[in-house]
Design a protein around this ligand. Structure first.
Ligand SMILES: Cc1cc2nc3c(=O)[nH]c(=O)nc-3n(C[C@H](O)[C@H](O)[C@H](O)COP(=O)(O)OP(=O)(O)OC[C@H]3O[C@@H](n4cnc5c(N)ncnc54)[C@H](O)[C@@H]3O)c2cc1C
Length: 394
C-alpha cells in the first residue's frame, strides 16, 4: 500500500469500527495501537448492546441505529471473511429492567413510556411473566419492563473481526506503535501522523484513543475534554445454563449511567456469557487512571447482585477487573472533524456504551468523511460543542 488515506489511532472497538467502515468506503486505512488491538477499555466491556438504558435523545438515536447495524454488519463480515474469522458471539437475548422498591415503580414506568414514544420496544410485564423469563430472579420485585431489543456480543472478538476485514481489504493493523501527534501542512491541515516508529503521511487522522483520547488530542494541539470514568466487574465461575438468561438490571442503573457525579456509584447489572460465567457490575467513579482494585466496591456489587439473584450468594467468583470508560462532560460521544485542525477527527467519549454504539459510529464517520447523507444527525456529537472543546466556543 502507498500512503494511507486515513490513519486510525487506537484499535479498540470504536477505532476498529471506524477503520472497517472507512475501508468499506474504499479508503486506504492504517490502524495503530500502542498496545495490542482491543487491549484498552474494550477488553473490560461486558459487551451489551443496549437501548434500554438510554433516554430519548441523540444517544438513543445512535444506539437504535447501532442495534440495527450490528447484526447486519456481523452477517456481512461473516460472508466476506468466512464464519471462522467473523464470530463475535452475537446474542439478541433481550433485557429485563426491574424495580425492587415502591418508589422506583413510577420513574421506571415513565422512563419506559418515554422510550416507547421514541420507538423503543419497552414492554411492561407482570411479575409472573418476569419470573418465567428469569426463574432465578428474586420474587421481591415491584415492577418489570422487558426490552426485547437489548443484545450482547463479545467485544474483543467484535473488534478483531472488524480489524480482520480492514486487513482483508488491504489495510494495515500495527500493534506496539504509539501515536505522538500530527504534522501539519502549510495550510494548517494534517499531512502526517507522528508515531513512535516515525511519521506516516496521510490526509486524515482519527483519534480513537478511548479514555486516552484527551491526551492524544492535546499532543496534536487540539485539546478535547474526554476523561476516564472507572468501572469494575466481578466474574463468577461458569454456572449451569439458564441461571441468568437476559441482561438484568435494577432500575437505579439508569440514574447511575446518566449521572455526572464524581463519587462512587454502584447499581446492579447481571448477565451471563456464552462461556457460562456471570458478569456482575456495575460501578462508576471518576478517579483518574487509578487502577486500584477496591474491595469495598466489589463487596457492594456482590451484595446487590445476590439480592437480585439469591442463587449468586453461593457461587465462586473467578476474577474481578476494572476499566476506564471514556466520557465527555455532557455524556455524549464526540464524533467528527476538529474545526481547529482540518484532517484531525475525534471519535471517542462513548463512556459505558462504546461497544453498543460502535457499529453506527463507524458508519457515521464513513458517511461524514465521504460527504454522504448521514444515517443519524451528527450535530449533537460535534467536536466544537462547548462541553468538549471550550476554546472553539470562544
Ligand atoms: C467495566 C466496564 C464495562 C463496560 N460494559 C460495556 C457494555 O456492556 N456495553 C458497552 O457498549 N460498553 C461498555 N463499556 C464501555 C466500553 O467498553 C467503551 O465505551 C469502549 O470500549 C470504548 O472503546 P474505544 O475504542 O473508544 O476505547 P478503547 O477500547 O480504550 O481503545 C482505545 C485504544 O487506543 C489505544 N491508545 C491510546 N492512546 C494511544 C496512542 N497515543 N497511540 C496509539 N494507541 C493508543 C489504547 O491502547 C486502546 O487500545 C464498559 C466499560 C467498562 C469500563
Amino acid at each position: 500500500m502507498g500512503h494511507p488515506d486515513v490513519v486510525v489511532a487506537g484499535a479498540g472497538v470504536v477505532g476498529a469500527a471506524c477503520a472497517e467502515a472507512l475501508s468499506r468506503a474504499g479508503l486506504r486505512v492504517v490502524v495503530l495501537d500502542r498496545g495490542a488491538p482491543a487491549s484498552g477499555t474494550t477488553a473490560a466491556g461486558e459487551g451489551n448492546v443496549l437501548v434500554s438504558d438510554k433516554e430519548p435523545g441523540p444517544e438513543l438515536l445512535l444506539a437504535q441505529a447501532s442495534r440495527r447495524r450490528w447484526p447486519e454488519l456481523l452477517a456481512e463480515l461473516r460472508e466476506e471473511l468466512g464464519p471462522g474469522r467473523a464470530e463475535a458471539e452475537w446474542d439478541p437475548k433481550g433485557g429485563l429492567v426491574v424495580a425492587t422498591t415502591d418508589d422506583s415503580v413510577l420513574p421506571l414506568r415513565e422512563f419506559a413510556a418515554a422510550q416507547r414514544e421514541a420507538g423503543v420496544r419497552a414492554e411492561p410485564i407482570g411479575l409472573d411473566e418476569a419470573a418465567s423469563l428469569e426463574p432465578r430472579l428474586t420474587k421481591a420485585l415491584t415492577a418489570a419492563i422487558h426490552y426485547p431489543e437489548d443484545a450482547q456480543l463479545q467485544p474483543v472478538l467484535a473488534a478483531t473481526t472488524l480489524l480482520a476485514a480492514v486487513k482483508a481489504r488491504g489495510g494495515q493493523v500495527r500493534s506496539g506503535v504509539e501515536a505522538l501527534g500530527v504534522l501539519r501542512a502549510g495550510n494548517g491541515a494534517v499531512r502526517a501522523i507522528r508515531t513512535s516508529h516515525g511519521a506516516i503521511a496521510c490526509a486524515a487522522v482519527v483519534n480513537a484513543c478511548g479514555p486516552w483520547a484527551g491526551a492524544f488530542a492535546k499532543a496534536c494541539g487540539a485539546p478535547i475534554a474526554v476523561l476516564p470514568r472507572r468501572g469494575m466487574v466481578l466474574v463468577t465461575a461458569p454456572l449451569p445454563p439458564g441461571t441468568v438468561r437476559h441482561k438484568v438490571y435494577d432500575a437505579d442503573y439508569v440514574g447511575a449511567v446518566a449521572s455526572g457525579d464524581a463519587d462512587l456509584q454502584t447499581s446492579t447489572v447481571v448477565e451471563s456469557t456464552r462461556a457460562g460465567t456471570v458478569l456482575i457490575g456495575s460501578s462508576r467513579q471518576r478517579a483518574g487512571f487509578d487502577e486500584t482494585v477496591r474491595f469495598d466496591v466489589l463487596r457492594e456489587l456482590a451484595r446487590k447482585a445476590a439480592a437480585l439473584f439469591p442463587v449468586l450468594a453461593n457461587v465462586p467468583v473467578m476474577r474481578a477487573y476494572g476499566g476506564f470508560r471514556p466520557y465527555a462532560p455532557d455524556h455524549l460521544p464526540v464524533i467528527g472533524e476538529d474545526p481547529r485542525l482540518p484532517g484531525l477527527w475525534h471519535v471517542t467519549g462513548h463512556e459505558g456504551a462504546g461497544i453498543g454504539l460502535a457499529a453506527a459510529t463507524g458508519q457515521l464517520v464513513a458517511e461524514l468523511f465521504t460527504g454522504q447523507e448521514s444515517t443519524v444527525d451528527a450535530t449533537p456529537f460535534r467536536v466544537g460543542r462547548p462541553a468538549v472543546a471550550e476554546e472553539v466556543r470562544a
